[in-house]
Design a protein around this ligand. Structure first.
Ligand code: ZN
Ligand code: ZN
Length: 310
C-alpha cells in the first residue's frame, strides 16, 4: 500500500471513529437531559435482520454484491449465539426482518414492479437470485418465533430506501404490502415497520396497510404522527467498533435513573463472530435482566413498549 492510500485509510478510520463517538455522546446526553417520560425505564433491542438484502445507496453506486453476501453469511453464523443469549436472560427482542428473508423460495412471493434507480445497473429486483441461501431465512425466523416473546417487525420486502429520490409510491406500496403478506403467513402479529436506513417516507401507505408503529429517524418521546402511527425513537446503533458493553451498560443506567427508554438496534453482521457477539451482549443482557428483576427497567419489544405506555 502506498503512503497516500495508507494516509487516506487512517483518515477515514479516525473520521468514522470520531463520528461514532459523537453519536454515543449525543445519545448519552439525550438520555440524561430529556425530561422523565415514562413511569418506568424501558429497554428495547432491535435486530435488523436482512441477511444479504443489505444493499443501499453508497456514494455513486450501491453496496456491492460481494459485501452483501459477506454480511448475509456472517449474520447467519452469529444468529444462534444471539438467540441463545436472549433465551438465557429472558429478554424479548424485536426482529425487523426483510420480507424476503421470511421465505425459503421465490415462488412464494409476488412479482415486484419495475424499479430502476439511476445508481445501480439494471433493475433493483434483478438481484433476487432465486437460489442463494443468503437471500432466504425462513429457518431462522421459525427459530426466533420460539423465543421469549420476540416481536417480528417488517424491514420492507427487499430493503428499498423509501426516502431515495427514485423510490415511487408503487415501489413503496409493493414493499409494504408484500412484506406484510409474507410475514403474516408465519402466523405472527405484525404492527411495526423499520424503514431501511431509518428514513421514513410514504407513511400514509404504511398506515393504510395497518402498520401502527415505526422506528423514526430521530429521538424523542414515543408519540403519534399525523397518520395515527406511533413514532418510536431511533435510539442508537450498536456495533463493537462504535462502543463496548461498558458504554452500553452506562446508557442503560442513565435510562434507569431518568425513567427513559433506551433503544438499541444493530445488525448481526457487525460482529466478527460468535465470541465477539457474546462478549458484547452477555454483560449488557445480564445487567438488563438483573435490573428488570429488581423492578428498575422493563425489557420489551417495540410493540410491547408502545402498548405499555399508551
Ligand atoms: Zn425472490
Ligand atoms: Zn436495514
Amino acid at each position: 500500500m502506498n503512503i497516500s492510500l495508507l494516509a487516506r485509510k487512517i483518515y477515514r478510520l479516525v473520521k468514522s471513529g470520531s463520528a461514532k463517538a459523537k453519536d454515543y455522546k449525543n445519545y448519552a446526553r439525550y438520555l440524561a437531559d430529556a425530561p422523565a417520560s415514562y413511569s418506568t425505564a424501558l429497554f428495547n433491542l432491535t435486530v435488523d435482520l436482512e441477511l444479504a438484502w443489505s444493499r443501499a445507496r453508497k456514494n455513486d453506486g450501491a453496496t456491492t454484491l460481494a459485501e452483501s453476501l459477506r454480511r448475509g453469511r456472517l449474520a447467519r453464523k452469529n444468529f444462534p449465539a444471539l438467540l441463545s443469549l436472549l433465551d438465557s436472560y429472558g429478554i424479548p427482542a424485536t426482529f425487523a426482518i426483510v420480507g424476503h428473508v421470511a421465505l425459503d423460495n421465490c415462488s412464494d412471493h409476488n412479482q415486484p414492479p419495475k424499479f430502476h434507480p439511476d445508481w445501480i445497473n439494471g433493475d433493483w429486483y434483478d438481484i433476487d437470485p432465486k437460489s442463494d441461501d443468503n437471500y432466504y431465512g425462513l429457518d431462522l425466523v421459525k427459530e426466533l418465533l420460539k423465543g421469549p416473546g420476540h416481536e417480528i417487525a417488517s424491514h420492507s420486502f427487499s430493503h428499498v430506501d423509501f426516502s431515495d429520490e427514485f423510490t415511487g409510491a408503487d415501489v413503496a406500496a409493493f414493499e409494504i404490502a408484500e412484506s406484510r403478506r409474507v410475514i403474516e403467513k408465519l402466523g405472527a402479529p405484525l404492527d411495526t415497520f423499520v424503514f431501511p436506513n431509518n428514513r421514513p417516507a410514504f407513511v400514509d401507505i404504511l398506515a393504510k396497510n395497518n402498520f401502527t408503529i415505526y422506528r423514526n429517524s430521530k429521538n424523542g418521546k414515543i408519540a403519534r404522527d399525523q397518520y395515527g402511527c406511533w413514532q418510536f425513537p431511533v435510539g442508537i446503533w450498536i456495533s463493537p467498533n462504535a462502543f463496548g458493553s461498558k458504554e452500553a451498560i452506562k446508557l442503560v443506567k442513565t435510562a434507569i435513573q431518568k425513567q427513559q427508554l433506551v433503544n438499541f438496534w444493530f445488525h448481526l453482521h457487525e460482529f466478527a463472530g460468535e465470541k465477539q457477539l457474546r462478549e458484547f451482549f452477555e454483560p449488557v443482557l445480564r445487567f438488563v435482566s438483573e435490573s428488570a428483576r429488581q423492578g428498575l427497567i422493563r425489557p420489551d419489544t417495540m410493540r410491547g413498549i408502545v402498548k405499555a405506555i399508551r
